[in-house]
Design a protein around this ligand. Sequence first.
Ligand SMILES: *[C@@H]1O[C@H](CO)[C@@H](O)[C@H](O)[C@H]1NC(C)=O
Ligand SMILES: *[C@@H]1O[C@H](CO)[C@@H](O)[C@H](O)[C@H]1NC(C)=O
Ligand SMILES: *[C@@H]1O[C@H](CO)[C@@H](O)[C@H](O)[C@H]1NC(C)=O
Ligand SMILES: *[C@@H]1O[C@H](CO)[C@@H](O)[C@H](O)[C@H]1NC(C)=O
Ligand SMILES: *[C@@H]1O[C@H](CO)[C@@H](O)[C@H](O)[C@H]1NC(C)=O
Ligand SMILES: *[C@@H]1O[C@H](CO)[C@@H](O)[C@H](O)[C@H]1NC(C)=O
Ligand SMILES: *[C@@H]1O[C@H](CO)[C@@H](O)[C@H](O)[C@H]1NC(C)=O
Ligand SMILES: *[C@@H]1O[C@H](CO)[C@@H](O)[C@H](O)[C@H]1NC(C)=O
Ligand SMILES: *[C@@H]1O[C@H](CO)[C@@H](O)[C@H](O)[C@H]1NC(C)=O
Length: 369
Amino acid sequence: MGAVVALTLLSWFVIQRVHQARRVGSKILLSLVFSIIVIAVYLSPLLILRHTPCLSDKIPPKPELIGHRGAPMLAPENTMMSFERSVACNVTAFETDVQISGDGVPFLMHDHDDFFLRTTDAKHKFAGRDFNKSGKLTLEELQDLNAGDWFLKTDPFYTVSQLSPEEKEMATNQTVPSLVQLLDLAQEKNISILFDLKNENGTNDTNIVVETILMSGIDPRLVSIFWLPPTQRSDVKKSAPGFKQYYNNISDMKKEGGTSLNLKYNSLNTDELRQLGLENITVNLWVVNESWLFSLLWCTGVSSVTTNSCHRFQKMTQPDWTLGPTQYTPIWITVDLLSLLIMSGLIYKSLLGESCMSCVLYHVLHCVI
Ligand SMILES: *[C@@H]1O[C@H](CO)[C@@H](O)[C@H](O)[C@H]1NC(C)=O
Ligand SMILES: *[C@@H]1O[C@H](CO)[C@@H](O)[C@H](O)[C@H]1NC(C)=O
Ligand SMILES: *[C@@H]1O[C@H](CO)[C@@H](O)[C@H](O)[C@H]1NC(C)=O
Ligand SMILES: *[C@@H]1O[C@H](CO)[C@@H](O)[C@H](O)[C@H]1NC(C)=O
Ligand SMILES: *[C@@H]1O[C@H](CO)[C@@H](O)[C@H](O)[C@H]1NC(C)=O
Ligand SMILES: *[C@@H]1O[C@H](CO)[C@@H](O)[C@H](O)[C@H]1NC(C)=O
Ligand SMILES: *[C@@H]1O[C@H](CO)[C@@H](O)[C@H](O)[C@H]1NC(C)=O
Ligand SMILES: *[C@@H]1O[C@H](CO)[C@@H](O)[C@H](O)[C@H]1NC(C)=O
Ligand SMILES: *[C@@H]1O[C@H](CO)[C@@H](O)[C@H](O)[C@H]1NC(C)=O
């Protein structure tokens, strides 16, 4: 619409230039170029309609929500409080990050290098010690850390002011959870778990995690387990065939007969995403925080998104900004016709050789009537 309005305004000057041009050749050339541009802009809605997922009558089901480290805008990331908050958003899976402590216990923490500095008080509590790697601290030491105060102090999403006093108190009381704590919650609430393993010690770390999950009693048929990224994928497939394997590479997935992808939100365009949907591939995209992006992916038909904003997306009952072709088509045709009418009026006026603006308006109105 903006382009049509701009061209309509511009046409006034173009028509004058055509009128003033001395040589017939320039008149024709200018008219021709301008006409081609006008026609292209007038018809561009047809192309937009083909490639814009939300201009459709058939909106796919809403993507499932996966809480990125829980609900990190409502509670400190990767703490039990954060995961419990995300349960209230009806997430279908918890997304988290697993590392192995010095005494061989899997725990939840995102940052890897100098990794306790951002989200815990390790610098203060273990001053002078080397705690840069996960293996340097035991689970007991980890659970002695405070993993919530940083959230209230740094307010990473400017959301702390919305927390109640009880929630703030709860946040200050958070520590580093073990994987088992999250598995228990997942089992209790029938929620899946999707995680990234920081594989410091290679195969052994993977084995420890697989064993921990199998020993927790969580039923892979009841609660699907996602697994990524897969350095020891084939071993894991053998020892835990019930786990759902997510790939981050389409060709690897097809080669190994997988059916699920976990990709960055902008790694595929909407046509590619729709194609994967037609092939019945489950696609999860990370990390989607804005409702316009969520709406676009919803219209495209992705299966799920990893998000910081589960509390906002949960409330959405339909994508923002959808328009069926039955509404869209009359709108652009009407806009095109109005523009054409005005341009015709201007040409008519220019042929009459007058130049006052009120005369133009008069002629346009005359023409409309
Ligand atoms: C959450 O999911 C449960 C069970 O699937 C459903 O009964 C409930 O209405 C959902 N709540 C919201 C707010 O969507
Ligand atoms: C731990 O990381 C910090 C910050 O990157 C660095 O200054 C320090 O030297 C590291 N300590 C060790 C023992 O690697
Ligand atoms: C790897 O494992 C060995 C032995 O189990 C342990 O001594 C070492 O600290 C671990 N390395 C890291 C980086 O966790
Ligand atoms: C803080 O955590 C401890 C141990 O988990 C618990 O006993 C205490 O009641 C908690 N305090 C608050 C305010 O939640
Ligand atoms: C767990 O959730 C799955 C689908 O999300 C459902 O099919 C299954 O019945 C649920 N199990 C229980 C015990 O609620
Ligand atoms: C891996 O585990 C085996 C025993 O299960 C042990 O002998 C080996 O040292 C471990 N490797 C590392 C790198 O920790
Ligand atoms: C996927 O993996 C193949 C090798 O298995 C590699 O050649 C290709 O570059 C990868 N694609 C992406 C997008 O990473
Ligand atoms: C995808 O699933 C639908 C319904 O389950 C089925 O009709 C269709 O053939 C499947 N498409 C492919 C490419 O497997
Ligand atoms: C969503 O937020 C995360 C931070 O938690 C950020 O890394 C990511 O880039 C954001 N996603 C988008 C699409 O902006």
